[in-house]
Design a protein around this ligand. Structure first.
Ligand code: ADP
Length: 700
C-alpha cells in the first residue's frame, strides 16, 4: 500500500494562507502609502498658503507706512521743491519705522531726487524706471532685486496729494522706494514668523527633500515679473508615515520569519512523525519506531504503542513458532511413544506366544522369559517417566528434604546400577573418589538425588559401548555446594545441542540414539528435579570422546552430625521360616495368581481377600494371620480404610502395602498411614521376600 503524502498538502495550506496574508499586508501598505501621499500633498498646499499669507502680513506695516507717506501733500511739494532739509527732518528720519536699509525718492519725470541708506546698502538710484512705470498703474508695488550688497526687497509707491488716497485720480507727483536687504537677521525673523527653515535657492540646483518635512517655494520676482531668486520654506512634517511603513516592513519580515519557523516546526512536529508512522506501517521499520518514541506529544505515545505492538507481534510469532514446535514435538513424541511401547510389547507378546505354542528347551525358555521381564521393566520405566513429567508440570512434585548420607547413597547406587550393565558392554564402571569424605550427612531430597544420578548414569551406560562410566560428588564448602559429576566415554553430544537435550521429548537424532531408544524425558526430569532443589545442571561434551554431565545443589549440613545413616546392607540371604499365614488383599485375579505363584516358591501359607472389607473380616476371624499384603485400590473398601480398621483391633499386625501407585507422594502417604512398608507393582519377588523377611525379623 502506498500512503499519500500529507506534507505537500500542509505545505499548500501554509503557502496559500501566506499568500492571502501577504496580499492583505500589501493592500494595507498600498492604502497607507496613498493616504500618506494625500496627507502630504494637502499639508504642502496648506503650508504654501500659510507662507504666502505670512509674507503678506510681514510686508503689511511697510505698505501701510509707505501708503501714508506717499499721500502727503508736503511730500508732493518736496518732489517739486526738492527741499533736502524737509526731507531729512521727515522722511529721512523714518528709516527705523520702516526697519529698512534704503529709501529713495524720484520726481514725476522719474529722476532721482535723494536717498537715505544704512551702511548695508551702498548702491544709490538702483530702482529701474520700469518699476516707476508700473507704479503709474498700481500705485503700490513690491519686488525684488539683486544688488551687489545682496538680495533686496523693494517696496514702491507713487506720490499723490492727500485727496487722492487711492492714487488713481491724480498723476504721480513722484516715486518713493523703500528697500531692505534680505540678510541673515531678516531670515531669522522670517523663520520665527513662519516657523520654518528658509533657504535661498540659487540657480537650478535642486535641493533634496526628505519626507519628514513639507516644503514650499516662493518666487522672488523683479519689477518685470522675472524671477530673481527663490525662497525654500521647510517645516517639520509631524505625521510619521515612515513609522507606519516601518511597522509594515516589520510585519512582513515577521510574517516571513514566522512562515519559515512554521514550515520547520510543521516538518519537525507533524510531517516527520507522520512520515515515520508511514514507514512503520509500510515496513515495520524499528529505527522509525525509536525515532517516533523520542518525538513529542501524541506521536511519542504512538511510537510507544508501536513498540508494544511490535513486542507483542514478536511474542505472538514466538508463541506461534513454539506452538508449531510443540505440535511437531507432540507428533514426534507420539511416534516415539508408540515405538517405545510397541517395541517391548512386541517382545512380550511375541515371546509369550513362542512360549505358549512351541516346544522349547529349558535354556531357550529362560532366555525368552528374561526378554519378557526386561521388556516389562522398560514399559514400567516409560510409564513412570510420563507420570513424573506430568506431575512436574502440574507442580505436584515438591522436594522432600531429609538428612542423607551421601557416601552410602552413592555406594548403594553404584551397587544397584552395576548389576544392570549388560555383559556385552566393555565398560569400566567406577565411583570418582572425593577429597571431602569427612562430611557424610547433608540435608537434601534423597529420592530425587538418586533419581537424577540413576537417569544420568543409565544414559551414560546406555550410550557407551566401551570405555568407562564414572560418577561421584564433591563438597564445595567455599561456595556451599555439592557438585555431582557423571562422565562417560560414549559418543558425546554436539555443542549446539547441549541446550535442547534438557528439553522434554528432545533427543539427539543419531543412529546410536535411535538404537538406544528412549522418550527424551530423562534429562528433562533430571533438570526439573535439580532446579526444584535450587541447583543447576550442565553438560560438557565432545563428539566421539564422551560427555560430562554435572549438577550442583546447595550444601546444607544438618546440625546433628551424629545421625549418620548406615550403609544399607546388601541383601541378606533369605532363610525361609515357618511364619504362619499371610493375607493377600488383591481384587485382580491375575495379580493374585502372581502372588500365589511367588508365595509358593517360599511355601508361605496364604489367604486371599478380594476387597478391604473382606480383609478386615478375615483378620478378625483368623488370629494366626501374621502379615497382610494390602492392595490400595480395591472395590468396596480401599487399602487405607482397611488398614485403619485392622489397626483398631490388631495394632501389632504388620501390613505391607502393595500397589501400582508408584510416586514419591503416594509412598509418603502410605508411610504416614501406618503401613509397615510398601512395594510397587510390578512386583519384584526378591524385594518382596526381603521385605517379608524384614517384617518377620522386626516382629520377633
Ligand atoms: P532418552 O530417554 O532419549 O535417553 P534423555 O532425556 O535421557 O532421553 O536424553 C535425551 C537425549 O540426549 C538422548 O536421546 C541422547 O541423544 C542424548 N544423551 C543423553 N545422555 C547422553 C550421553 N551420556 N551420551 C550421549 N548422548 C546422550
Amino acid at each position: 500500500m502506498t500512503i499519500k503524502k500529507t506534507y505537500p498538502k500542509i505545505l499548500l495550506l501554509i503557502v496559500s494562507s501566506s499568500v492571502f496574508f501577504i496580499l492583505l499586508y500589501f493592500s494595507l501598505y498600498y492604502y497607507t502609502a496613498q493616504a500618506e501621499k494625500h496627507v502630504y500633498r494637502d499639508s504642502m498646499k496648506q503650508f504654501n498658503n500659510e507662507i504666502n499669507e505670512l509674507l503678506v502680513l510681514n510686508s503689511k506695516p511697510i505698505f501701510t507706512t509707505i501708503n501714508n507717506d506717499t499721500n502727503w501733500d508736503e511730500f508732493v511739494n518736496f518732489t517739486k521743491t526738492k527741499d533736502q532739509h524737509w526731507y531729512d527732518e521727515t522722511i529721512g528720519n523714518e528709516m527705523s519705522i520702516y526697519q529698512a536699509d534704503y529709501m529713495g525718492v524720484y520726481d514725476t519725470d522719474k529722476n532721482f531726487i535723494t536717498h537715505t541708506a544704512t551702511s548695508k546698502i551702498k548702491s544709490i538710484d538702483f530702482v529701474p524706471k520700469q518699476a516707476m512705470i508700473q507704479l503709474n498703474k498700481s500705485g503700490l508695488s513690491r519686488f525684488y532685486m539683486k544688488l551687489p550688497e545682496g538680495l533686496v526687497e523693494v517696496f514702491g509707491a507713487s506720490i499723490h496729494p492727500s485727496n487722492d488716497p487711492l492714487k488713481n485720480k491724480t498723476k504721480p507727483a513722484g516715486y518713493f522706494f523703500v528697500a531692505r536687504v534680505l540678510d541673515i537677521p531678516f531670515f531669522i525673523d522670517l523663520q520665527k514668523l513662519t516657523s520654518s527653515d528658509i533657504s535661498v535657492l540659487n540657480g537650478t540646483k535642486e535641493i533634496i527633500k526628505g519626507k519628514n518635512n513639507i516644503y514650499t517655494e516662493i518666487d522672488l520676482k523683479d519689477s518685470q515679473n522675472n524671477i530673481v531668486s527663490k525662497l525654500l520654506f521647510k517645516r517639520k512634517f509631524d505625521v510619521y508615515f515612515e513609522n507606519v511603513t516601518n511597522i509594515l516592513y516589520l510585519i512582513i519580515f515577521a510574517f516571513f520569519a514566522n512562515l519559515v519557523i512554521d514550515l520547520i516546526y510543521t516538518r519537525k512536529l507533524v510531517y516527520r512523525p507522520l512520515d515515520l508512522i508511514a514507514q512503520v506501517l509500510e515496513n515495520g521499520d524499528k529505527k522509525a519506531i525509536e525515532e517516533l518514541k523520542v518525538t513529542t506529544g501524541e506521536f511519542s505515545s504512538i511510537g510507544k504503542l508501536f513498540e508494544e505492538h511490535s513486542i507483542q507481534e514478536k511474542e505472538l510469532i514466538k508463541s506461534k513458532l513454539k506452538a508449531e514446535e510443540s505440535d511437531k514435538l507432540k507428533s514426534t513424541f507420539l511416534a516415539n511413544l508408540s515405538h517405545e511401547i510397541r517395541t517391548p510389547m512386541n517382545a512380550i507378546i511375541g515371546f509369550t506366544d513362542l512360549l505358549l505354542t512351541t516346544e522349547l528347551k529349558k535354556g531357550e525358555r529362560i532366555e525368552y522369559l528374561k526378554i519378557i521381564e526386561k521388556s516389562g521393566e522398560n514399559l514400567i520405566s516409560i510409564i513412570d517417566d510420563l507420570i513424573e513429567m506430568s506431575k512436574i508440570d502440574a507442580h505436584q512434585v515438591k522436594p522432600n528434604y531429609t538428612t542423607v548420607n551421601l557416601e552410602s547413597c552413592i555406594k548403594e547406587l553404584y551397587e544397584t546400577i552395576k548389576i544392570t550393565i549388560p555383559k556385552s558392554k566393555n565398560i569400566d564402571f567406577y565411583i570418582i573418589e572425593n577429597d571431602e569424605s569427612a562430611i557424610h550427612n547433608v540435608i537434601t531430597d534423597e529420592i530425587k538425588i538418586k533419581q537424577i544420578i540413576v537417569n544420568l548414569v543409565t544414559n551414560a551406560i546406555k550410550f557407551t559401548e566401551e570405555g568407562s562410566v564414572a560418577f561421584g560428588y564433591e563438597i564445595d564448602k567455599k561456595n556451599a555446594k555439592i557438585n555431582f559429576t557423571i562422565k562417560d566415554t560414549g559418543p558425546g553430544i554436539d555443542k549446539n545441542k547441549y541446550k535442547f537435550v534438557f528439553d522434554r521429548f528432545k533427543r539427539v537424532d543419531s543412529e546410536i540414539s535411535n538404537k538406544a531408544g528412549g522418550l527424551g524425558l530423562g534429562l528433562a526430569i533430571s533438570k526439573a528435579y535439580v532446579e526444584m532443589m535450587e541447583g543447576t545442571i550442565s553438560l560438557d561434551s565432545e563428539v566421539g570422546k564422551g560427555s560430562v554431565f554435572s549438577f550442583s545443589i546447595p550444601l546444607k549440613i544438618p546440625k546433628d552430625q551424629k545421625d549418620i545413616i548406615q550403609l544399607s546392607k546388601r541383601k541378606e540371604v533369605f532363610v525361609a521360616k515357618d511364619i504362619g499365614t499371610i493375607l493377600i488383599a488383591e481384587d485382580d485375579n491375575i495379580n493374585f495368581l502372581l502372588f500365589q505363584k511367588i508365595m509358593q516358591l517360599k511355601k508361605y501359607k496364604i489367604i486371599r481377600a478380594v476387597n478391604g472389607q473382606e480383609a478386615v473380616a478375615i483378620c478378625q476371624n483368623n488370629p494366626d494371620i501374621n502379615l497382610v499384603l494390602m492392595d490400595i485400590k480395591m472395590p468396596v473398601m480401599d487399602g487405607f480404610e482397611a488398614l485403619e480398621k485392622i489397626k483398631a483391633f490388631r495394632p501389632e499386625l504388620l501390613i505391607i502395602a502393595q500397589t501400582a501407585y508408584a510416586s514419591v507422594e503416594d509412598q509418603k502417604k502410605m508411610q504416614e498411614a501406618g503401613f509397615f512398608d510398601h512395594i510397587t507393582k510390578p512386583i519384584n519377588k526378591e524385594i518382596l521376600f526381603e521385605m517379608i523377611n524384614k517384617a518377620f525379623q522386626n516382629r520377633s
